[in-house]
Ligand binder design. Structure first.
Ligand SMILES: Cc1cc2nc3c(=O)[nH]c(=O)nc-3n(C[C@H](O)[C@H](O)[C@H](O)COP(=O)(O)OP(=O)(O)OC[C@H]3O[C@@H](n4cnc5c(N)ncnc54)[C@H](O)[C@@H]3O)c2cc1C
Length: 475
């Protein structure tokens, strides 16, 4: 692209993520990130117990939110065990995310979940404060998303805007000239309309949110255990004992979760009444251990969990002459995004692959720097001319827990296993949905139904009935 020069990379490791990325030895980094080798020293993690009423598989933001809400809502005596194989979260999406929260979705459930989560995050000190510690500070930066649309797509943005505001989102619709008046640094060429969030949008540190959930859950009695889930033992369920409304026939019930201890062949059977899969990109591996996707339509095991890792790059740039404090989370016409990072002229940028591009390999966490130079930078320098002069400082890659069918969360019971719950497939919006999903799973377990937000449409059953819930706004 004219005007853009290839600039030397100043350093390649992420600045903000250095604390936990540094824990990875070079040896570990070169290994297949999808093949687990234990290298977490563990925080407060203990040995798995012989019995836990509810076993949560995966201790990222989702597993930790679920554990927190379960313990908060639990009647006395309900024990919760979170099994996590890597307590340093080196490859967990929760530690590698951008941490954005927005109301600008196309599916009502996603809008409601974000509104719920925004309320929770605004009051996080009230919910997640642990008595003898400093109140949690997730560095929530309240600033709107600015989603842009071309003349061809303006009607879609306007329809979404109508839905979002009807459901309680606070947004402003800006014409092309209105945009220029509101954000003088923008090049509004080719933009017909923009939607700008006035409340309940912004970004925060996803790792700090994960740790805050974890610490609070532990303080309420959840037990974090270090080990890898490698299988299950199941019982046959009698006729009529399936999940009400889903399946009343012959099926199976999880009796225990098999946990392999770190750096050891020892396997501990954790007997449980219920298991919740919160294993992010690896959730499909867990459900295949239960034969999900390997059976017949008759036993409801023919459809696999459609969740797989999709690598996404995040680039940190420096631009002293950039727009500064007033800069929102901007989503350009092609889906390329950028937001401010701190107050020192740094900006975080990224994008999904463009429609004509192939998905990157997911057998490593290497960064593609050409993707920045050929796609991200040209797009943003066109939209924000000051970005012509930015310098790329660092970058990292992480995995979206990508739902390959309709890019939306999969929440609730599995129809063939009455005591198996799923909370996965968030496809790039799981951090912001974690408070709402934790509450929803807890309601399902303790109340037998969704109470705060009706997420019935988000269940696994939709892949069997083909009633898909497609989210249009995935970046
Ligand atoms: C680059 C990037 C940017 C993102 N930006 C945003 C954003 O701006 N806003 C937003 O809302 N979301 C964003 N996301 C998405 C968000 O990070 C995820 O949806 C969310 O973190 C998923 O949380 P999780 O706990 O389900 O998964 P994870 O954080 O991946 O946690 C899963 C855990 O399960 C453990 N595990 C897996 N298998 C086993 C096993 N067999 N035994 C024991 N433990 C196991 C893993 O070690 C891991 O710690 C982004 C993601 C990426 C990669």
């Amino acid at each position: 692209m004219s005007g853009l020069k290839r600039l030397p990379l100043l350093f390649k490791q992420p600045v903000r993520r250095a604390s936990f990325m540094d824990k990875m030895s070079k040896d570990v980094r070169s290994k297949n990130p999808l093949k687990w080798t234990d290298y977490g020293d563990g925080l407060n993690a203990s040995r798995p117990p012989k019995h836990a009423d509810i076993v949560v598989i995966g201790g990222g933001v989702m597993g930790s939110s679920v554990a927190y809400f379960l313990r908060r809502q639990a009647q006395a005596g309900v024990s919760v065990c979170v099994v996590e194989r890597d307590m340093s979260y080196t490859r967990a999406s929760s530690a590698l995310a951008v941490g954005g929260i927005r109301q600008q979705f196309s599916v009502p459930e996603n809008i409601y979940m974000s509104l719920y989560s925004a309320h929770f995050l605004r009051n996080i000190k009230q919910y997640l404060c642990v008595d003898d510690r400093d109140p949690p500070d997730i560095q929530f930066n309240h600033q709107g998303y600015l989603t842009l649309a071309s003349p061809d797509n303006a009607h879609i943005l306007e329809e979404n805007f109508k839905l979002q505001t009807e459901l309680g989102a606070k947004l402003e619709l800006l014409s092309s000239t209105g945009l220029k008046e509101r954000f003088p640094w923008i090049n509004n060429e080719g933009v017909e309309v923009g939607a700008y969030g006035l409340e309940n949008e912004g970004w925060f540190d996803p790792y700090l949110l994960t740790r805050s959930f974890q610490q609070k859950a532990e303080s309420l009695g959840a037990q974090y255990c270090r080990g890898e889930v490698i299988g299950f033992e199941c019982n046959q369920v009698d006729k009529g004992m399936g999940v009400p409304g889903y399946y009343q026939g012959q099926g199976k019930r999880i009796k225990s979760v098999k946990v392999r201890m770190p750096n050891s062949p020892e396997v501990i059977d954790v007997n449980c009444a219920m298991a919740v899969v919160c294993a992010g990109s690896w959730s499909g591996e867990i459900t295949s251990m239960l034969g999900i996707g390997q059976g017949s339509a008759e036993d409801l095991l023919d459809v696999p969990l459609p969740v797989e890792p999709r690598k996404r790059y995040v680039y940190v740039t420096h631009c002293p002459d950039g727009p500064g404090l007033d800069f929102p989370m901007i989503i350009n016409l092609d889906g390329v995004y950028a937001r401010r990072e701190g107050l020192g002229g740094n900006y975080v940028m990224g994008s999904c692959p463009f429609p004509d591009q192939t998905e990157p390999d997911c057998d490593n966490l290497n960064v593609d720097y050409e993707f920045f130079e050929e796609n991200i930078w040209p797009s943003l320098a066109n939209r924000v001319p000051a970005f012509e002069n930015l310098k790329l400082k660092s970058a990292w890659a992480g995995f979206y827990d990508y739902n390959t069918i309709d890019q939306n969360a999969i929440i609730g019971h599995h129809p063939a296993y009455p005591n198996l719950l799923l909370a996965t497939g968030f496809s790039g919006h799981g951090i912001q949905q974690s408070p709402a999903v934790g509450q929803a799973i807890s309601d399902l377990i303790f109340e037998g139904k969704f109470v705060e937000i009706d997420l019935a449409r988000m269940g696994f059953e939709r892949f069997i009935s083909k009633r898909l819930v497609k989210e249009a706004n995935i970046y």
